[in-house]
Ligand binder design. Structure first.
Ligand SMILES: Nc1ncnc2c1ncn2[C@@H]1O[C@H](COP(=O)(O)OP(=O)(O)OP(=O)(O)O)[C@@H](O)[C@H]1O
Ligand code: SF4
Ligand SMILES: [Mg+2]
Length: 334
């Protein structure tokens, strides 16, 4: 097994809620509430969960845009939270981010070539600048001439390729992909995911791939963390998660993926979650999922389930639930 590249240790990110600017906070939005994850060199960790469950906040803490309220982040075995400005600047080479929206994440007044060259200039890597930009365009399947075009002259998928080229300019080790294909048409999504898979193999990259739903990361993720209200509910190698998931929340998410076989699709039962997603400022007591869980028991309201191994035969599979249930035939084996 390869070495851990990134280790998140009990990360919490609480945003203060203040009624008046200079007053003490009246409460906190518990956007990330005790997340521990390890990503090994060369692998892809998928992170999924509904809107507002803390995926982007976690991504921002990893790239140093937010300082977590508590916990530790280790990159190549070293804690990065005490890094000074210069060390953080250097770390930017190794950890890069690709954003969800290829429309707003590119400066509309800069040509594609200038956008891709910007990180190289910031790190004074300007020798053979044009050649490096052409090389990066080629790497993401764009043409040399594209360097002279402005973002509005590209399709959504092409713009996301520019975002990927920019993220690769400094030869990073780790890419944080925050819903990189969510804004794209389904057919284009597959092309961009294929490109990311090819780049990973060619350049030995490690990915944290954030997605809204489990279908997007099915083929690219080696392991998957399912988040709910700032916590990881289930963590597993992909194969186990897609075929032997045990957490009622994961089971509900899986049941929402359309099946390609119409016959199986007709027979399959959707697990509908009741109620609204609670506010991360006032998460439910006990198991935070109890207000929507189809199999919640009285005791779930009082006690907090820890994320732990439930099946002695697979140490890679952890579930935060007192009554884990394997729901068979939720997804086909395609
Ligand atoms: N700077 C901030 N100040 C206060 N609250 C914030 C801040 N950033 C995020 N939040 C809150 O933290 C929670 C998690 O937000 P986050 O953007 O991380 O969710 P997400 O899982 O990325 O959602 P989406 O799928 O919509 O992108 C939300 O309730 C959000 O409103
Ligand atoms: S601990 Fe209880 S409420 Fe929470 S997911 Fe499991 S069964 Fe549902
Ligand atoms: Mg987000």
């Amino acid at each position: 097994m390869s070495e851990p590249l990134l280790e998140l240790k009990d990360i919490k990110m609480y945003f203060p809620i203040k009624e008046k600017v200079f007053k003490k906070p009246v409460n906190h939005v518990k956007a990330v509430n005790g997340v521990s994850l390890t990503v090994r060199q060369g692998e892809t960790l998928g992170i999924v969960g509904e809107s507002g469950c803390g995926k982007s906040t976690l991504a921002r803490t990893i790239v140093g845009l937010l300082e977590p309220s508590s916990g530790d982040i280790l990159f190549e075995g070293k804690s990065i939270l005490g890094y000074n400005k210069k060390q953080m600047h250097e770390l930017r080479r190794d950890i890069q981010m690709v954003y969800q929206d290829p429309y707003t994440s590119l400066n509309p007044r800069m040509k594609a070539g200038e956008i891709i060259a910007a990180p190289l200039k910031a790190f004074k890597m300007t020798s053979n600048l044009n050649e490096r930009v052409y090389e990066l365009l080629d790497l993401v399947g764009l043409k040399r001439e594209d360097a002279e075009k402005f973002p509005h002259q590209f399709s959504g998928g092409q713009r996301q390729r520019i975002g990927i080229a920019r993220a690769l300019a400094l030869n990073p080790k780790l890419l944080i992909l925050d819903e990189p294909v969510s804004a794209l048409d389904v057919s284009v999504q597959a092309q961009v995911i294929n490109l990311l898979e090819d780049l990973q193999e060619e350049l030995g990259l490690t990915y944290v791939f954030i997605a809204h739903d489990l279908s997007v990361i099915k083929h690219i993720a080696d392991k998957v963390a399912v988040m709910y209200l700032g916590k990881v509910m289930e963590l597993s190698d992909s194969d186990t998660l897609y075929h032997h998931s045990k957490h009622p929340y994961t089971n509900a998410l899986l049941s929402a993926i359309p099946l390609p076989d119409p016959e199986k699709e007709r027979q399959r039962q959707r697990i509908m979650l009741k109620g609204e997603l609670p506010s991360p400022a006032n998460p439910p007591t006990g198991c935070i999922f109890h207000t929507r869980c189809p199999i919640a028991q009285e005791s779930c309201k009082q006690h907090i389930p820890v994320l732990e191994e439930k099946d002695g035969s697979n140490p890679n599979h952890q579930v935060a639930c007192f009554y884990p249930q394997e729901t068979e035939a939720i997804v086909s084996s395609n």
